[in-house]
Write a protein that binds this ligand. Structure first.
Ligand code: PLP
Length: 233
């Protein structure tokens, strides 16, 4: 079970953080493991984008909430789930392979949709983490620019987990640098307008280093106790 904080506290957290975010920075409420009531409280207080890590959980929340908000996919999916995912989500923040790009492109073609995506960068080159290593990003971007069902909008990174947000700063700086480098390639259909970096512990540092999307969970909804207890989709 989650350590439940009251809906009022969630609303206060959302209001305080929305107030704190500079203009132009978008808040994604990372809602994994949260109940419909918790998600609704966040929306009532002004959240307009919900981030989901698991397709099944997203579908349940979507049935409840619908298109009042935008839905960002921030987890990892097996290829066979992408057919459903492209219908539900307004953005996929975690594109990390050419195979996945081709599958999204194909599934979007079937429903006449163009999916905005971010490439997830494994900026610290951690063996256990998903995401594209920095040196492989440019090749992937060049391929994506040829796919009509995908519109690359920028980059996303988790950065290495650390108690001290300052440890993340060099990685956020490096991610911004890669984004600027890709922008200078001026490839057709590629528009590097989004930089999704920073979680509850690190979002202020991320914004200082150029993030314009922050993904916050525990600072809105309270600590998660069920973390990682759920199988990946
Ligand atoms: C859970 C999650 C977050 C939010 O993490 P908090 O530390 O709870 O703010 C951000 N991004 C991704 C991809 C997540 O899975």
């Amino acid at each position: 079970m989650n350590r439940v904080i009251s809906e009022n506290t969630i609303k206060q957290n959302v209001a305080r953080i929305l107030d704190d975010l500079p203009a132009g920075v978008q808040l994604v409420a990372a809602a994994k493991t949260r109940s419909h009531e918790e998600i609704t409280a966040a929306i009532d207080a002004g959240v307009t984008i919900i981030g989901q890590n698991y397709l099944q959980e997203a579908e349940q929340a979507y049935r409840f909430v619908g298109r009042r908000v935008q839905w960002h996919f921030i987890g990892h999916l097996q290829k066979n789930k992408l057919k459903k995912a492209v219908r539900l989500f307004d953005m996929i923040e975690t594109l990390d392979s050419l195979e996945m790009a081709h599958e999204i492109n194909k599934r979007c073609a079937e429903i006449d949709k163009v999916m905005p995506v971010l490439i997830e960068i494994n900026i610290a080159r951690e063996k256990t983490k998903s995401g594209v290593p920095p040196e492989n990003v440019e090749a992937l971007v060049r391929e994506i620019s040829t796919l009509p069902g995908i519109r690359l909008k920028g980059l996303m990174t988790m950065g290495p987990l650390s108690a001290d947000p300052e440890d993340s700063r060099p990685y956020f700086i490096e991610t911004r640098g890669i984004s600027q480098k890709i922008e200078r390639l001026a490839l057709p259909g590629i528009e590097m307008s989004c930089l999704s970096m920073g979680m509850s512990a690190s979002y202020r540092v991320a914004i200082e280093e150029g993030a314009n999307i922050v993904r916050l969970g525990s600072s809105l909804f309270g600590q998660r106790i069920t973390e990682n207890s759920q199988p990946a989709d």
